[in-house]
Design a protein around this ligand. Sequence first.
Ligand SMILES: Nc1nc2c(ncn2[C@@H]2O[C@H](COP(=O)(O)OP(=O)(O)O)[C@@H](O)[C@H]2O)c(=O)[nH]1
Ligand SMILES: [Mg+2]
Length: 241
Amino acid sequence: MSHQRATDVTADRDSTAFTFDDLSVVMGTYNEEAAIGTVLEDIERVTDGRAEVVCVDGSDDGTPKIAREHGATVIEQEPQGYGVAVREALLSASRPVIVTTDCDDTYPMEALPEFLDLISQGYDVVSGDRLYYGADAMPAFNRLGNAAFAALASALMGERVHDTTTGMRAYRREVIEKIEWTENTGLSAELLIRPLMRGYEVREEPITYAERAGETKLDPIQGGAEILKSIVAVSLAERFR
Ligand SMILES: Nc1nc2c(ncn2[C@@H]2O[C@H](COP(=O)(O)OP(=O)(O)O)[C@@H](O)[C@H]2O)c(=O)[nH]1
Ligand SMILES: [Mg+2]
């Protein structure tokens, strides 16, 4: 999949001009008090306070309190991993366009208008590609791993993708509702692979990636192994579906 498509996806479907009132921004939050204030203030500033924000929270620090102070909907859940939290957040969103992010200040909330605009143009999924600009802020091991995951997923799907494990994407609500989601640590890869292999209009959009505030919640080795398993299992399941 190229970053820029020559074809106009709006040609064969209705385009709807979505506004920030149509937008939910959702995330899993697990002890992110070093980052959550900044992330929620960025969302508020960029969307004029009009986006709905949903946090599925497993924290035992001040994260949920800060989230509520910023007007976010907070759903409490025992920490069970990235995908369990993010799936709950996606399914709890009430608006027609849903954007996922991490709550660690790595993703550029300034890209929200562009993501929303691309959905308005007719794309079903807009996926933030962190590797396009080099992702210098990403640990080298993760950068290498993420490039390898993208190469593997591309080979299994027969379509080139560049970043399968990004935490920032926009989805048309229908995509989230029509597909059954099975993965936990590998949910991010699943959220790209299943829509692509079902013929939804998916576009990768380059984004910047900043250094994380606070500690990562993912062990690179164990998490990496789980993501690898998800990419293979989900690609094969979709191919033989
Ligand atoms: N509620 C909840 N959130 C989680 C859990 N694991 C990770 N997260 C959140 O999911 C996001 C991604 O995790 P992160 O540590 O940034 O992973 P990384 O980007 O691979 O380093 C962050 O916002 C975390 O707080 C969990 O078990 N429960
Ligand atoms: Mg992160």
